[in-house]
Design a protein around this ligand. Structure first.
Ligand code: MG
Length: 394
């Protein structure tokens, strides 16, 4: 069998939503007084954009084989990521068979290890990796989930992240994850407001609907432990990413000290098999939440997911749209999925990477039939209405 070779890789940036879903207009729930580690400074408390959460923008990586087949993927890495792809990673991709994904990952990771290991470099590697899986699927005319061993279920079920779990329930989701709004710097009054919000939502959604709190790295161990105990009364299902991603010791202690039955989750800002090995072996959490576009791509997620499975942990990716749908449907320890409500009022379901992708599947009534993932590769295309800018060449 003759395998086409990769002729060209290029990296572009685009503004306004897409891979960088914090890159929003004024008035969006995702930027409305959400607790962050920067909220200890009052001037950065009201808006995450004020401290630069949207500074990077979306990176788009496109690959093209010598038979004309094309693949692409996106991440959050902006112009710095584009530099790394064009000036460093391209050499490991061009001229190689479209099937050489494992070797490409290994070479990208270890050639950048002296300045990489996580963050923007691994985001960029993730986008290249996902573009290669997309290309392989499009060449073989198979969806990525088929390349991964095939689905283990007929549909995906979703919980929704956003400011309105009550609306998420009406839209058919199995649960709603609220952004925590007040951090330790806002004292006892802030803690009361956090609990009042949870109580209000519990009253609106009834006893059986899942409610979770996403704390976006904003708390300290004492505050997180107190919040967990007080929130237990309102049936909080899990407490997410409440400490710094570097504080493995804090997560392990939190997990030992929260009410029985409540889950600790984290990992959206963790990367690679080595980072998740720390979380799993130190007993930091019950569910790991790698972002497929940030953790190293599908090639690394295979290893991360297997490690979680061996530890009896669930692997439920952060957001990640179609990139996670194609993976999760093939794994028993990924029984449900997250969608981030990208509509400004969290009142309707938009594609996860709106408006950058065409044909991005969207859950209906909180569910996505596997038939919606039946197209080659990840089954999506770039929206020609979004203007790509290529800042570097090679
Ligand atoms: Mg989160």
């Amino acid at each position: 069998m003759s395998v086409p070779k990769i002729k060209h890789i290029r990296a572009s940036v685009v503004r306004g939503g897409g891979g960088d879903y914090h890159d929003v207009e004024d008035g969006h729930w995702i930027d409305d007084h959400i607790a962050t580690p920067m909220a200890r400074y009052p001037e950065y408390r009201q808006s995450r954009r004020s401290f630069g959460i949207n500074v990077l923008g979306t990176l788009v990586v496109e690959v093209e084989a010598d038979d004309g087949t094309k693949g692409f993927a996106i991440t959050t890495a902006g112009e710095i990521g584009a530099f790394i792809v064009e000036k460093h990673l391209a050499r490991f991709i061009e001229g190689r068979p479209v099937t050489d994904i494992e070797r490409a990952w290994d070479q990208m990771y270890f050639s950048t290890q002296y300045y990489g290991r996580r963050g923007i470099v691994v985001n960029a590697i993730s986008a290249v990796d996902l573009a290669l899986w997309d290309l392989l699927g499009k060449w073989r005319e198979e969806p990525v989930h088929a390349l991964l061993g095939g689905p283990v279920r007929d549909e995906l079920v979703f919980y929704a992240t956003g400011a309105r779990p009550d609306l998420a329930k009406q839209l058919g989701f199995i649960g709603g994850k609220l952004p925590l709004q007040h951090g330790p710097a806002e004292g006892e009054e802030g803690l009361k407001q956090n609990l009042a919000k949870l109580e209000d939502m519990r009253n609106r959604v009834g006893d059986d609907f899942w409610l979770m709190y996403d704390c976006w790295m904003s708390l300290d161990l004492n505050y997180a432990t107190r919040l967990a105990h007080k929130a237990h009364e309102f049936g909080l299902k899990w407490i997410e990413e409440c400490l710094s991603p570097d504080d493995y010791w804090g997560y392990a202690e939190l997990r030992r000290n929260i009410p029985r039955g409540m889950l600790v989750t984290t990992g959206e800002h963790e990367a690679t098999r080595w980072g998740f090995r720390m979380l799993l072996e130190m007993g930091c959490c019950d569910i790991i939440q790698p972002d497929v576009n940030w953790c190293g791509g599908i090639t690394e997620l295979i290893k991360i997911s297997a490690l979680a499975d061996a530890h009896g942990a669930l692997m439920v990716p952060h957001g990640s749209g179609p990139y996670s749908y194609h993976f999760c449907c093939t794994r028993h320890n990924s029984p449900f999925n997250e969608i981030i409500m990208s509509a400004p009022k969290a009142d309707r379901v938009l594609p996860a990477f709106h408006p950058l992708l065409v044909n991005e599947p969207v859950p209906e009534n909180g569910r996505l039939k596997l038939s919606a993932l039946d197209k080659p590769g990840f089954g999506v295309e770039l929206n020609p209405a979004c203007t790509l800018h290529r800042p570097y060449t090679h």
